[in-house]
Design a protein around this ligand. Structure first.
Ligand code: IPE
Ligand code: IPE
Ligand code: MG
Length: 233
Protein backbone atom coordinates (compact mmCIF):
# COMPACT_ATOMS: atom_id res chain seq x y z
CA UNK A 1 0.00 0.00 0.00
CA UNK A 2 1.23 3.48 -0.80
CA UNK A 3 1.50 6.17 1.85
CA UNK A 4 -0.47 9.13 0.48
CA UNK A 5 1.58 11.55 2.59
CA UNK A 6 4.83 10.46 0.92
CA UNK A 7 3.96 10.51 -2.75
CA UNK A 8 6.69 11.74 -5.12
CA UNK A 9 5.76 15.10 -6.67
CA UNK A 10 7.70 14.31 -9.85
CA UNK A 11 8.27 10.86 -11.34
CA UNK A 12 10.56 10.52 -14.36
CA UNK A 13 10.87 7.40 -16.43
CA UNK A 14 13.36 5.96 -18.90
CA UNK A 15 11.11 3.81 -21.07
CA UNK A 16 13.43 1.01 -22.14
CA UNK A 17 13.08 -2.51 -23.52
CA UNK A 18 10.72 -2.12 -26.48
CA UNK A 19 13.15 -3.81 -28.87
CA UNK A 20 13.76 -6.78 -26.56
CA UNK A 21 10.03 -7.17 -25.95
CA UNK A 22 9.52 -7.50 -29.71
CA UNK A 23 12.55 -9.77 -30.21
CA UNK A 24 11.25 -12.17 -27.58
CA UNK A 25 8.12 -12.54 -29.66
CA UNK A 26 9.82 -12.78 -33.03
CA UNK A 27 8.40 -9.38 -34.01
CA UNK A 28 10.06 -6.35 -35.56
CA UNK A 29 11.47 -3.81 -33.09
CA UNK A 30 8.86 -1.30 -34.25
CA UNK A 31 6.11 -3.60 -32.92
CA UNK A 32 7.69 -3.10 -29.49
CA UNK A 33 7.46 0.66 -29.86
CA UNK A 34 3.81 0.35 -30.86
CA UNK A 35 3.08 -1.77 -27.82
CA UNK A 36 4.95 0.80 -25.74
CA UNK A 37 2.34 3.43 -26.59
CA UNK A 38 -0.35 1.58 -24.62
CA UNK A 39 2.02 1.13 -21.68
CA UNK A 40 2.80 4.84 -21.76
CA UNK A 41 -0.78 6.05 -21.64
CA UNK A 42 -1.77 3.45 -19.03
CA UNK A 43 1.10 4.75 -16.90
CA UNK A 44 0.16 8.40 -17.48
CA UNK A 45 -3.39 7.61 -16.41
CA UNK A 46 -2.19 5.78 -13.31
CA UNK A 47 0.11 8.69 -12.40
CA UNK A 48 -2.79 11.09 -12.76
CA UNK A 49 -5.07 8.92 -10.60
CA UNK A 50 -2.36 8.65 -7.95
CA UNK A 51 -2.29 12.44 -7.79
CA UNK A 52 1.29 12.80 -9.04
CA UNK A 53 1.87 16.36 -10.22
CA UNK A 54 4.67 15.82 -12.73
CA UNK A 55 5.39 12.80 -14.90
CA UNK A 56 8.28 12.91 -17.38
CA UNK A 57 9.31 10.29 -19.93
CA UNK A 58 12.37 9.79 -22.12
CA UNK A 59 11.00 9.17 -25.60
CA UNK A 60 13.93 9.86 -27.92
CA UNK A 61 17.50 10.76 -27.03
CA UNK A 62 20.04 12.82 -28.94
CA UNK A 63 21.97 9.53 -29.23
CA UNK A 64 19.02 7.61 -30.70
CA UNK A 65 19.75 9.25 -34.08
CA UNK A 66 22.55 6.66 -34.31
CA UNK A 67 20.02 3.82 -34.75
CA UNK A 68 19.36 2.36 -38.20
CA UNK A 69 17.64 4.96 -40.41
CA UNK A 70 14.40 2.92 -40.70
CA UNK A 71 14.01 2.78 -36.93
CA UNK A 72 14.82 6.49 -36.53
CA UNK A 73 12.28 7.30 -39.21
CA UNK A 74 9.67 5.14 -37.51
CA UNK A 75 10.25 6.69 -34.07
CA UNK A 76 10.20 10.27 -35.32
CA UNK A 77 7.07 9.72 -37.38
CA UNK A 78 5.45 7.75 -34.55
CA UNK A 79 5.85 10.68 -32.18
CA UNK A 80 3.85 12.80 -34.62
CA UNK A 81 1.16 10.12 -34.90
CA UNK A 82 0.92 9.80 -31.11
CA UNK A 83 0.63 13.56 -30.60
CA UNK A 84 -2.21 13.66 -33.13
CA UNK A 85 -3.94 10.63 -31.65
CA UNK A 86 -3.58 11.47 -27.95
CA UNK A 87 -3.60 15.28 -27.77
CA UNK A 88 -7.34 15.63 -27.26
CA UNK A 89 -7.76 12.79 -24.77
CA UNK A 90 -4.93 14.16 -22.63
CA UNK A 91 -6.56 17.58 -22.81
CA UNK A 92 -9.91 16.07 -21.75
CA UNK A 93 -8.13 14.66 -18.68
CA UNK A 94 -6.86 18.14 -17.75
CA UNK A 95 -3.27 17.07 -18.48
CA UNK A 96 -0.71 19.70 -19.46
CA UNK A 97 1.69 18.48 -22.16
CA UNK A 98 5.23 19.80 -22.34
CA UNK A 99 8.16 18.72 -24.49
CA UNK A 100 11.83 19.17 -23.62
CA UNK A 101 14.73 18.70 -26.01
CA UNK A 102 16.37 20.39 -28.96
CA UNK A 103 13.37 21.58 -30.90
CA UNK A 104 15.05 23.07 -33.96
CA UNK A 105 17.83 20.58 -34.57
CA UNK A 106 17.01 17.60 -36.81
CA UNK A 107 13.33 17.61 -35.79
CA UNK A 108 11.09 17.68 -38.87
CA UNK A 109 8.70 20.62 -39.10
CA UNK A 110 5.69 18.28 -38.95
CA UNK A 111 6.78 17.07 -35.53
CA UNK A 112 7.69 20.44 -34.05
CA UNK A 113 4.34 21.74 -35.27
CA UNK A 114 2.48 18.95 -33.45
CA UNK A 115 4.52 19.65 -30.31
CA UNK A 116 3.51 23.33 -30.43
CA UNK A 117 -0.13 22.38 -31.01
CA UNK A 118 -0.21 19.99 -28.06
CA UNK A 119 1.52 22.44 -25.74
CA UNK A 120 -0.76 25.28 -26.81
CA UNK A 121 -3.96 23.24 -26.47
CA UNK A 122 -3.13 22.04 -22.96
CA UNK A 123 -1.26 25.10 -21.68
CA UNK A 124 -3.82 26.09 -19.04
CA UNK A 125 -4.61 22.61 -17.76
CA UNK A 126 -4.16 22.20 -14.03
CA UNK A 127 -3.90 18.43 -13.61
CA UNK A 128 -0.81 16.32 -14.22
CA UNK A 129 2.03 17.92 -16.17
CA UNK A 130 3.18 15.28 -18.65
CA UNK A 131 6.61 16.10 -20.06
CA UNK A 132 8.05 14.25 -23.03
CA UNK A 133 11.81 14.34 -23.56
CA UNK A 134 12.19 14.20 -27.31
CA UNK A 135 15.48 14.79 -29.12
CA UNK A 136 16.67 15.26 -25.58
CA UNK A 137 20.15 14.90 -24.10
CA UNK A 138 21.15 15.97 -20.62
CA UNK A 139 24.51 17.25 -21.80
CA UNK A 140 22.96 19.10 -24.74
CA UNK A 141 20.53 20.73 -22.30
CA UNK A 142 23.39 22.00 -20.13
CA UNK A 143 25.27 23.22 -23.23
CA UNK A 144 22.14 25.07 -24.39
CA UNK A 145 21.74 26.61 -20.94
CA UNK A 146 25.36 27.81 -20.90
CA UNK A 147 24.97 29.27 -24.38
CA UNK A 148 21.88 31.20 -23.28
CA UNK A 149 23.58 32.50 -20.15
CA UNK A 150 26.64 33.66 -22.12
CA UNK A 151 24.42 35.25 -24.77
CA UNK A 152 22.74 37.30 -22.04
CA UNK A 153 26.16 38.66 -21.04
CA UNK A 154 25.92 37.41 -17.44
CA UNK A 155 29.06 38.12 -15.40
CA UNK A 156 30.80 34.88 -14.33
CA UNK A 157 30.55 35.73 -10.65
CA UNK A 158 26.77 36.11 -10.98
CA UNK A 159 26.28 32.55 -12.20
CA UNK A 160 25.06 30.14 -9.55
CA UNK A 161 23.03 26.92 -9.54
CA UNK A 162 19.79 28.85 -9.83
CA UNK A 163 21.07 30.60 -12.96
CA UNK A 164 21.69 27.22 -14.63
CA UNK A 165 18.36 25.80 -13.45
CA UNK A 166 16.50 28.84 -14.82
CA UNK A 167 17.99 28.24 -18.27
CA UNK A 168 17.10 24.57 -18.62
CA UNK A 169 14.46 23.60 -21.21
CA UNK A 170 11.62 23.84 -18.67
CA UNK A 171 12.60 26.15 -15.82
CA UNK A 172 9.30 25.40 -14.04
CA UNK A 173 9.95 21.67 -13.83
CA UNK A 174 10.80 20.54 -10.30
CA UNK A 175 13.63 18.01 -9.92
CA UNK A 176 12.37 14.39 -10.09
CA UNK A 177 11.93 12.72 -6.72
CA UNK A 178 11.89 9.32 -8.34
CA UNK A 179 13.57 8.14 -11.55
CA UNK A 180 12.50 4.76 -12.89
CA UNK A 181 14.31 2.83 -15.61
CA UNK A 182 12.70 -0.28 -17.03
CA UNK A 183 14.16 -3.36 -18.75
CA UNK A 184 16.84 -4.17 -16.17
CA UNK A 185 19.43 -1.71 -17.52
CA UNK A 186 21.02 0.32 -14.75
CA UNK A 187 22.28 3.52 -16.35
CA UNK A 188 21.12 7.07 -17.02
CA UNK A 189 21.86 7.29 -20.77
CA UNK A 190 22.11 11.10 -20.70
CA UNK A 191 18.67 11.74 -19.16
CA UNK A 192 18.05 14.81 -16.93
CA UNK A 193 21.64 14.95 -15.71
CA UNK A 194 21.31 18.22 -13.84
CA UNK A 195 17.90 17.48 -12.35
CA UNK A 196 18.54 14.02 -10.90
CA UNK A 197 21.29 15.10 -8.49
CA UNK A 198 19.19 13.87 -5.55
CA UNK A 199 16.56 11.68 -7.21
CA UNK A 200 15.91 8.18 -5.93
CA UNK A 201 16.68 5.65 -8.66
CA UNK A 202 14.53 2.56 -9.11
CA UNK A 203 15.44 -0.05 -11.70
CA UNK A 204 12.65 -2.35 -12.81
CA UNK A 205 13.16 -5.58 -14.75
CA UNK A 206 9.84 -5.10 -16.55
CA UNK A 207 10.25 -4.35 -20.26
CA UNK A 208 8.55 -1.08 -21.14
CA UNK A 209 5.64 -2.56 -23.17
CA UNK A 210 4.66 -4.54 -20.02
CA UNK A 211 4.84 -1.48 -17.77
CA UNK A 212 1.73 0.23 -16.40
CA UNK A 213 -0.19 0.91 -13.22
CA UNK A 214 1.04 -2.02 -11.07
CA UNK A 215 4.77 -1.68 -11.87
CA UNK A 216 4.45 2.08 -11.27
CA UNK A 217 2.91 1.47 -7.86
CA UNK A 218 5.68 -1.05 -7.07
CA UNK A 219 8.34 1.52 -7.98
CA UNK A 220 6.69 4.18 -5.81
CA UNK A 221 6.50 1.70 -2.92
CA UNK A 222 10.24 1.12 -3.27
CA UNK A 223 10.74 4.91 -3.30
CA UNK A 224 8.69 5.30 -0.12
CA UNK A 225 10.92 2.79 1.66
CA UNK A 226 14.01 4.93 0.99
CA UNK A 227 15.52 7.40 3.43
CA UNK A 228 16.27 10.66 1.60
CA UNK A 229 18.97 12.55 3.42
CA UNK A 230 20.16 15.27 1.01
CA UNK A 231 23.58 15.26 2.63
CA UNK A 232 22.20 15.67 6.13
CA UNK A 233 22.10 12.99 8.82
C1 IPE B 1 13.12 2.13 -25.66
O1 IPE B 1 13.24 0.82 -26.11
C2 IPE B 1 12.58 3.06 -26.72
C3 IPE B 1 13.56 4.03 -27.23
C4 IPE B 1 14.81 4.13 -26.86
C5 IPE B 1 13.07 4.95 -28.24
P1 IPE B 1 14.50 0.36 -26.96
O2 IPE B 1 14.20 0.59 -28.40
O3 IPE B 1 15.74 0.98 -26.46
O4 IPE B 1 14.49 -1.20 -26.64
P2 IPE B 1 15.72 -2.13 -26.34
O5 IPE B 1 16.52 -1.48 -25.25
O6 IPE B 1 16.50 -2.24 -27.61
O7 IPE B 1 15.12 -3.43 -25.91
C1 IPE C 1 17.49 5.56 -23.47
O1 IPE C 1 17.37 4.26 -23.93
C2 IPE C 1 16.73 6.50 -24.35
C3 IPE C 1 15.28 6.38 -24.30
C4 IPE C 1 14.60 5.59 -23.53
C5 IPE C 1 14.56 7.29 -25.17
P1 IPE C 1 18.44 3.62 -24.92
O2 IPE C 1 17.99 2.23 -25.17
O3 IPE C 1 18.63 4.49 -26.10
O4 IPE C 1 19.77 3.66 -24.03
P2 IPE C 1 21.10 2.81 -24.12
O5 IPE C 1 21.61 2.95 -25.52
O6 IPE C 1 20.75 1.39 -23.81
O7 IPE C 1 22.00 3.41 -23.09
MG1 MG D 1 17.12 0.46 -25.06
Amino acid sequence: MLDPSRMPAHVACIMDGNGRWANERGLKRTAGHEQGEQALFDTVDAARELGIGWFTVYAFSTENWKRPPEEVKFLVNYSRVILDRRRQELHDRNIRIRVIGRRNWRVPRGVSKRIELAEELTRHNTGLTFTVAFNYGGRAEIVDAVRAIVAEGTAPGKIDERTIARHLYDPDMPDPDLLIRTSGEERISNFLLWQIAYSELVFSDTLWPDFGREPLIAAIAEYQARDRRFGKI
